[in-house]
Design a protein. Structure first.
Length: 484
């Protein structure tokens, strides 16, 4: 049997990507030869007029319907309406697992939602007393664009129910029909993956601007302050030179100034260095090579102490700005202070940026309010709490939150604050992109966690809950309600 590749190529044929290296005349000759070969192939197939119409209808509707669900419906119902055959489609989700895509209306066999490679799902067509199992093959030229390399270029299995005797001519037609289903399905998978990839790149650009470029503006402020101190230090040195050896009192005064100036410069240097360390970590986290290779954020989890390695470093970045706005840190507002030592698995770089977004919002949106105990002022609090069996039995959650005083948000759905482009209107004068909390949601859901918002009459609390994953233990299995 000859290779039947609607887009592609039997042995000895030119791969599509190689056409750029041959002349236009050679390309024309090659295409002409392939057309003649296809004429011979179809003469040998000797399809009936109805079978030819089925292929034509399939190609027409495959171009008309864009979604995967409509494509499945087209593929299955053409066989059902035109030939009275019931069928179903399984799609390979990873190297080992086939997931049920869709079934025709009259398919009788109880369908397994998930199948693995076995005696029926194989690299060649398998016929049993009741069913035909056709492997769905992809275009091998483009299988490297899939999330994984499909074994033997197989991306699924097309199962046909044998309600009657199927003659060899019909089996041949079904084989060729499934070949065309495979290439069209492959194209749809690639289109969906390309859309996801482009959307990821757009979001990544937003993330870099929001989490790296904007914070880096503060480097200019720090360097300007440091430059003024260096100039002042130079002036002090010149004054000491002009005093002469007999002006001991003046020299002592200058020395005191130098010591004070040195202390201020050291403090400024420490601020710059902390900012540099955090920005470098954010850059390394956002610009990991695997993000771009896979078209999505890829976690690199490691054991950490969330307080000392995540929360406190981010709080130090914003401490001066919090103090400039008279925002007090009071860990008793949200309950007991977070003095419990924790150690868990997480992507430190990404979760650090989650807290950076929370603290940045606190700087911008915290306002004066009266606490339940009667105190009035601007307050910020943070902490965590272990939630027993939160995700499922035996899988605890850790709830981490940041609270700040101010006017609560007026929302129909509390989760809309985590939508892309959302802008709070309780303090419209503050600048923002509306991207920060959407980034938070992405990172937390990538950790298989969940985000949330709680309004109070005197403030706003933003939180997220992660599975309490420990070092050296496999990641817990979570129910489907938790994003994978």
């Amino acid at each position: 049997m000859k290779s039947d590749n609607p887009n592609g190529h039997s042995n000895g044929l030119i791969a599509e990507g190689e056409f750029c290296f041959i002349s236009s005349a050679e390309r024309s000759n090659y295409v002409s030869r392939r057309i003649r070969e296809k004429l011979v192939d179809y003469d040998e197939y000797d399809f009936s007029p109805r079978q030819v119409r089925a292929l034509n209808i399939f190609f027409d509707l495959s171009q008309e319907f864009r979604t995967r669900e409509m494509f499945y419906g087209t593929s299955l119902n053409i066989l059902r309406i035109m030939f009275g055959l019931e069928s179903c489609i399984y799609v390979l989700e990873d190297e080992e697992t086939f997931a049920l895509g869709a079934c025709s209306e009259g398919y009788e066999r109880a369908q397994d939602k998930v199948r693995n490679w076995d005696g029926e799902f194989a690299v060649e067509t398998v016929e049993t007393d009741t069913h035909l199992h056709y492997p769905i093959r992809c275009n091998p030229e483009y299988n490297d664009l899939l999330p994984f390399v499909p074994p033997e270029n197989i991306i699924g299995n097309f199962v046909v129910q044998k309600s009657r005797v199927l003659f060899p001519e019909m089996k041949l037609f079904l084989e060729k029909y499934v070949n065309r289903v495979g290439y069209q399905l492959h194209n749809r998978i690639l289109r969906a993956r390309n859309r996801e990839h482009l959307n990821f790149i757009r979001n990544l650009v937003e993330d870099i601007g929001h989490n790296v470029i904007v914070p880096n503006i503060y480097f200019k402020l720090y360097f300007n302050q440091l430059r003024r101190m260096i100039t002042e230090l130079e002036d002090v040195g010149e004054n000491m030179d002009a005093l002469g050896e007999g002006e001991n009192g003046a020299c002592e005064n200058c020395a005191a100034k130098l010591i004070g100036l040195h202390g201020r410069m050291k403090e400024q240097f420490d601020q710059i260095y902390r900012h540099y360390v955090q920005t470098s970590m954010f850059l390394e986290t956002l610009l990991r090579r695997r993000h771009f290779e896979e078209g999505r954020y890829v976690l690199e989890k490691k054991p950490c102490n969330p307080l000392t390695q995540v929360i406190e470093p981010q709080l130090e970045r914003y401490r001066d700005r919090l103090e400039d706005r008279n925002i007090q840190i009071d860990l008793t507002i949200g309950g007991a202070p977070p003095d419990q030592t924790l150690r868990m698995m997480m992507d430190v770089g990404l979760i650090s940026q989650v807290f950076a977004n929370f603290f940045s919002n606190a700087v911008k949106y915290t306002r004066e309010a009266t606490l339940p105990d009667g105190r009035k002022g601007r307050f910020l609090s943070y902490g965590w709490k272990i939630l027993k069996d939160h995700f499922t039995t035996g899988v605890d959650g850790i709830r981490m939150y940041v609270f700040s005083t101010g006017e609560p948000l007026r929302l129909v759905d509390p989760m809309e604050v985590f939508d892309p482009g959302f802008r709070a209107m309780n303090v419209p004068s503050e600048s923002g992109t509306g991207h920060g909390l959407y980034f938070v949601r992405q990172v937390v859901e990538l950790h298989r966690g969940e985000v949330g918002y709680v309004p109070y009459s005197y403030g706003n609390e933003f939180y997220f809950i992660l599975p309490f994953e420990l070092e050296g233990k496999p990641a817990p299995e979570l129910p489907s309600k938790c994003p994978a």
